[in-house]
Design a protein around this ligand. Structure first.
Ligand SMILES: Cc1cc2nc3c(=O)[nH]c(=O)nc-3n(C[C@H](O)[C@H](O)[C@H](O)COP(=O)(O)OP(=O)(O)OC[C@H]3O[C@@H](n4cnc5c(N)ncnc54)[C@H](O)[C@@H]3O)c2cc1C
Length: 468
């Protein structure tokens, strides 16, 4: 009944069609993966699910952390064949199957951008519906703040054009209420912003300076102007000490960046051991930070033949677990920084070799993000200083027991920080172990989100463990 394609178990492409970004979900076996050609096809899929009582889940880029864009024996509605990106005036119309690389590339050529994450194979759909944070957030807001309208197929099979004047409550909920709720978006309309050059810096201090760097970085971040982004990131592998890198992007020129880096060195108490600055176009900065391989855009994709992939694609997949905290005010007190350093120090003793532990303090909050009132959209996190993400990656060869040890290390770090963490977490870093996820992801916006869900999906056609 579809104009698009359906891949079923036994079909040649099924092994690829069932994959998400993380190999750890490869064992999930959907009954079918549909690639709708248009919103009408999506309505047919939802109608089928309603009549047959089959589970149905939408899929964008398949990068959701918890694996909830696939389902055993159910129907996956993959938007990958609807991935067009068309600029119209100061807006861009983005098919819900587009990957971030598609969006950044189409806009950069015209001197435009939308604030979004970097990872090229992440889907615009999941990212926007849960907020969307990246290097231009402080300057231009979350991705969802730029949303002016969306085409949505709601569980009753109706194709709606949600916006400020039509289905306004649905439009409110789509801006941060989390992917997989309320309906299947087939197109996003986003307000663009002009882009010019971006100055990028990376700095390293001696390991012994780590606590001073985090302390100084937190104070520095609080005084940065909107056109800045910065991240302080620890990485650790078994057998070696944790390494700390501070990265910064300034959309306001190299001189401003250099001035701010001097202020950072002053707050840390000493200059970095090494550092460099590169000035490139915004588009090339995004490509470089995203780790896109050289050559054409087709190489900056996951390999494969199905929509969203390319046979020439060179990107890889990763298995990992992650947890997050939005940190407010002054950030981590000294004791919390000590707890992070202790956990990094324990890594090699607690975790089998071959993986990587990451602690990432991401300066994607503040500026334009925090000027929007917490209830203006469903994205509630408007008063944080920065977002922290803690990750444990394990190698493809890890046994389930070994993967559990990586996750145990992560959980130990997360637990150690509870005395100081504010309790808010990022809905786009879906954390299946977070028992208080309703409050952590949505805070006071939860009740309104639940009302939207009751209005548009009273029978709970769309459901997953952390569905609104
Ligand atoms: C490597 C990596 C880097 C990341 N970097 C960033 C970053 O810089 N900034 C940031 O903010 N986030 C980042 N994220 C998190 C990312 O925003 C979320 O994982 C997001 O959910 C991924 O969207 P997706 O479409 O790829 O995922 P999917 O797994 O396809 O979808 C995620 C959820 O949204 C639902 N969904 C998908 N498509 C639709 C649709 N069309 N309509 C309704 N619901 C839908 C799914 O059912 C699922 O519940 C990153 C994730 C990864 C893996």
């Amino acid at each position: 009944e579809l104009d698009g394609r359906v891949v079923r178990p036994g079909d040649g492409d099924y092994a690829e069609a069932r994959q998400l970004f993380q190999p750890r979900y490869d064992s999930v076996a959907p009954g079918a993966v549909a690639y709708p050609a248009h919103a009408g096809d999506v309505a047919v899929c939802l109608d089928f699910a309603r009549r047959s009582a089959a589970r149905v889940v939408p899929r964008g880029g398949g990068h959701g952390y918890a694996g909830w864009s696939t389902v055993d024996a159910g129907l996956v509605v993959d938007l990958g064949a609807m991935a067009g990106v068309a600029v119209e005036g100061d807006e861009v119309h983005v098919g819900a199957g587009a990957r971030l690389a598609d969006v950044h590339a189409a806009l950069a050529g015209r001197g435009l951008g939308v604030p979004a994450g970097l990872c090229p194979s992440v889907g615009i759909a999941g990212l926007t519906l849960g907020g969307g944070l990246g290097i231009a957030s402080r300057a231009h807001g979350t991705t969802s703040d730029r949303l002016t309208g969306a085409r949505v197929v709601t569980p009753d099979g109706v194709v709606r054009e949600a916006g400020p004047d039509r289905d306004p409550e649905l439009f409110w909920a789509l801006r941060g209420g989390g992917g997989g709720n309320f309906g299947v978006v087939t197109e996003f309309r986003l307000r663009t912003h002009p882009v010019g050059d971006a100055a990028f810096a990376e700095l390293h201090w001696a390991g012994a300076d780590s606590a001073a760097v985090v302390r100084g970085w937190q104070r520095w971040l609080g005084g940065l102007a909107d056109p800045f982004w910065s991240q302080a990131e620890f990485t650790v592998e078994a057998g070696s000490a944790a390494a700390l890198a501070v990265r910064a992007v300034c959309l306001d020129g190299r001189a401003e960046l250099e001035r701010e880096l001097s202020r950072l060195a002053g707050l840390v108490g000493r200059g970095p051991r090494d550092s460099w600055i590169t000035v490139r176009s915004y588009g090339n900065t995004v490509r470089a930070l995203a780790g896109c391989p050289g050559g054409g855009p087709e190489r900056c994709r996951l390999p494969g033949r199905l929509p969203g992939r390319d046979p020439r694609g060179l990107l890889g997949r990763d298995s990992y677990a992650a947890r997050s905290d939005f940190w407010g005010g002054p950030g981590l007190p000294d004791a919390a920084v000590g707890a992070v350093l202790d956990a990094l120090g324990r890594y090699g003793r607690e975790v089998p070799p071959g993986g990587t532990g990451v602690v990432q303090f991401d300066g994607v909050c503040g500026g334009a993000v925090n000027r929007v009132p917490a209830g203006a959209t469903a994205f509630v996190h408007r008063d944080s200083a920065f977002l922290a993400q803690y990750l444990a990656y394990w190698p493809p060869s890890a046994t389930p027991a070994e993967a559990t040890r990586h996750q145990d290390w992560l959980d130990g770090l997360w637990r150690a920080l509870r005395p100081w963490a504010g309790g808010r977490a990022y809905q786009n870093y879906a954390d299946p172990k977070l028992t208080g996820w309703r409050e952590a992801y949505y805070g006071p916006n939860l009740a309104r989100l639940e009302q939207v869900r009751r209005t548009y999906d009273p029978e709970r056609l769309l459901r997953f463990p952390q569905a609104v």
